[in-house]
Design a protein around this ligand. Structure first.
Ligand code: LLP
Length: 424
């Protein structure tokens, strides 16, 4: 489904004109579509239904507790990477018995928290971590359920900063260490090996890396069982693609097609950790044009949404569609086209004091003026969660739309919020 659509030359989220939300809640403003969140979650669940997978929504992609509650109520579980994320899951009132705890640097306090919450399992990334989990579990008189994270050395062909399954990345372990640690778990009364974990990177726009990973999982599980392990879970992580530009990401059913046969043959339970593909296109970031100017032969549109709100363009050079909320030119099918009738190239920038604070460079855009609203699309994933107070800018509000209703799910920060934790 399309959550955001132009109707009568004005952008709507479901049945709500987003300009109305900007009036009511101010800008920068994050607007989310509830129906889109749920339809993307359901698409993954349905695509993998033959295996009744545990879908652990990756909290890091968007961790607002209203959204966690929404997904928890829809049957999602959660992938967390910190005590903070586990706390959020609990605050959302979600069950923790199917939570998976990942991350290369879990502290003893976080391990203890995970054991207290009786989570489904820890994804373990190194021998020292395995030892730490065993020691904490022993001190609590518990048995920790673990999966070992294999670094399968598969090139997911994504951004170098978000590739995680290649030899040389900090994540996981090679097959030799994996097998050695599996043997170690077998001898430890405070550890139980549940399965194998892999996460290749994000976003992955082809299905081949998943097929390779699923095939590898089948081989490893078969081998482990020969050695007496009870391994019965395969967790293939997250990373499913998102269509930022058009429809470049395969649907969940395509990933399922290549993954399912191997997991069925392995007779394992399947866990997945999707984040971006569920929340990415369920959100936009609204900014209001503060000024426009022409300088150095260029046209600049300066809006009040900046790199402290959405850091992805500055950090990864990421492409996000941008278009006015009430455009004088209909939204094109190709937002990257060098020339669009009625448009002129512009750099879309924020107020922050560095040139990297740029959402788009030389982008064909219709005329806009001071006070107009711009929408930056595909901002639901890795937007708010990576936002900061850089330049002492309060973070924007978040609004969730359901049909013709909208409710505030995070209030705008105030100037007082900026210094609330500081002491003189
Ligand atoms: N599981 C693990 C172990 C992960 O490291 C990640 C993402 C996921 C699941 C979820 O991946 P997803 O389904 O959302 O692709 N900030 C970057 C993305 C970093 C991804 C980190 N790990 C960005 O804005 O593109």
């Amino acid at each position: 489904m399309e959550a955001f659509q132009y109707k009568g030359n004005e952008l709507f989220c479901e049945d709500v004109p987003v300009a109305r939300l900007a009036e009511e809640f101010g800008t920068p403003l994050w607007v989310y579509s509830q129906a889109k969140f749920l339809s993307e979650f359901n698409a993954i669940r349905d695509a993998f239904a033959a295996l009744d997978p545990v879908i652990c929504y990756s909290v890091k992609s968007n961790s607002n507790i209203s959204l966690l509650k929404l997904l928890g109520d829809a049957g999602s579980s959660f992938d967390v990477v910190s005590g903070g994320e586990l706390f959020r899951v609990q605050q959302a009132g979600a069950e923790t018995s199917k939570v998976i705890f990942a991350g290369v640097g879990k502290t003893d306090a976080e391990i203890r928290y995970g054991l207290e919450a009786d989570i489904l399992m820890f994804n373990v990334e190194s021998e020292p971590e395995l030892d730490a989990i065993s020691a904490v579990a022993k001190s609590m008189g518990k048995v920790a359920r673990v999966a070992l994270r294999l670094n399968p050395d598969i090139d997911a062909k994504t951004h170098s900063k978000t590739t995680t399954g290649k030899k040389g990345n900090k994540f996981g372990m090679d097959i030799e260490r994996h097998n050695a640690l599996a043997a170690k778990v077998l001898k430890d009364d405070h550890l139980e090996l549940r399965g194998i974990h892999m996460h290749l990177g994000s976003p992955i726009l082809t299905t081949e890396p998943y097929e390779e990973a699923a095939k590898k999982a089948l081989e490893v599980v078969t081998e482990l069982r020969k050695q007496g392990h009870q391994t019965n879970w395969v967790n293939l992580g997250g990373g499913f693609g998102l269509s930022y530009r058009g429809s470049e990401a395969p649907p969940a059913s395509e990933y399922a097609k290549v993954i399912l046969p191997y997991i069925q043959e392995a007779k394992c339970r399947l866990a997945l950790e999707p984040g971006r593909s569920i929340c990415g296109n369920a959100g936009v970031l609204l900014g209001r044009v503060i000024f426009t100017k022409r300088e150095g032969g260029k046209r600049f549109i300066i809006q009040d949404a900046a790199m402290n709100d959405l850091v992805r363009p500055a950090m990864y050079g990421s492409f996000h569609k941008i278009w006015p909320v009430k455009p004088t030119v209909a939204a094109p099918s190709d937002f990257e086209a060098a020339e669009i009738p009625g448009c002129e190239p512009a750099d879309v920038v924020g107020p922050i004091c560095e040139s990297g604070d740029t959402f788009a460079t030389g982008r064909a855009l219709p005329p806009v003026e001071r006070g107009d609203l711009l929408a930056t699309f595909s901002a639901g994933a890795y937007g708010t969660v990576m936002s900061s107070n850089y330049n002492s800018r309060p973070r924007g509000a978040e609004v969730l739309v359901d049909g013709n209703k909208a409710r505030l799910i995070r209030k705008r920060e105030t100037l007082e919020d900026l210094i609330a934790a500081e002491r003189v």
